[in-house]
Design a protein around this ligand. Structure first.
Ligand code: PGA
Length: 247
């Protein structure tokens, strides 16, 4: 697995955004689409900001981009400010020229009995679009990628999961208290993520240093979903100095 360490998150985000822009442009030149797997959270914000800047200042078009987000909280509708639908529109989609019909996120509002079919349809749509070219990831302090908490092995696909207590407490400030944080979510599985042709995981700050070390240098294990990326043939970690401090 490749590990790239940058002075700042902005430097890392710029490097990744340039790579994504090159991929988008080379596919556009061939008249082809590109399928991106996208992530939410604080981590990808400088990356999305750079993509928006490239769209506005350099004319980078997203007209040939199809996206699939990793996950969505159960019970939050699209208008909820903590929903990932809202987050993605606020931070990226509202500022670029993505076609609305090319934007895909799991829905948090599907009736309980319809969730398995909703998840199966999400997996099928990824396949129908030709699979994910590049999956963007953050990492949670539990080692989760998407919401694949400890106990998620590399056979898991899109499904409903319970959120780890640490994940919910990390989200508590945004929800004004842990009691308001959903207890379940729908997430792509580890196998879904491993199916992407390329994976780029970003992590910043000293709070991520310990789990970054486990993911990169620890054993590949069910307790740290990100450790499965060691088995991916085209995965890289983009870190700032603080997140790389324990390596
Ligand atoms: P963060 O979350 O980017 O807000 O740190 C990362 C994650 O939980 O995957």
């Amino acid at each position: 697995m490749k590990v790239e360490v940058f002075e700042t998150p902005q430097d890392a985000a710029k490097s990744l955004a340039q790579e994504v822009a090159a991929l988008i442009r080379s596919r556009a030149a061939e008249g082809k689409n590109v399928v991106l797997g996208l992530a939410t959270g604080a981590t990808p914000l400088p990356f999305y900001a750079e993509l928006v800047r490239m769209h506005k200042e350099e004319g980078l078009s997203f007209a040939n981009v199809i996206s699939f987000n990793l996950d969505e909280y159960s019970g939050l509708d699209r208008a909820h400010p903590e929903s990932y639908w809202y987050f993605m529109h606020q931070n990226l989609f509202n500022h670029i020229d993505m076609k609305p019909e090319n934007i895909n996120l799991p829905s948090g509002m599907v009736a309980q009995e319809e969730i398995p079919a909703h998840c199966a349809a999400y997996e099928q749509k990824i396949k129908d679009c030709g699979g994910i070219d590049l999956q963007i990831l953050g990492i949670g302090r539990t080692g989760h990628i998407g919401f694949n908490e400890p106990g998620s092995d590399d056979t898991t696909i899109t499904r409903q999961v319970h959120l780890d207590d640490l994940t919910r407490s990390d989200a508590a400030p945004a929800f004004n208290g842990i009691e308001n944080v959903p207890t379940t979510a729908i997430t792509m599985g580890v196998a879904t993520i491993m199916g992407a042709r390329e994976v780029a995981l970003m992590a910043w700050g000293e709070k991520k240093a310990a789990i970054v070390k486990e993911a990169i240098e620890g054993p590949v294990c069910i307790e740290v979903a990100a450790s499965y990326l060691q088995n991916h043939n085209n995965a890289k970690f983009l870190l700032d100095k603080a997140a790389a401090a324990d390596l």
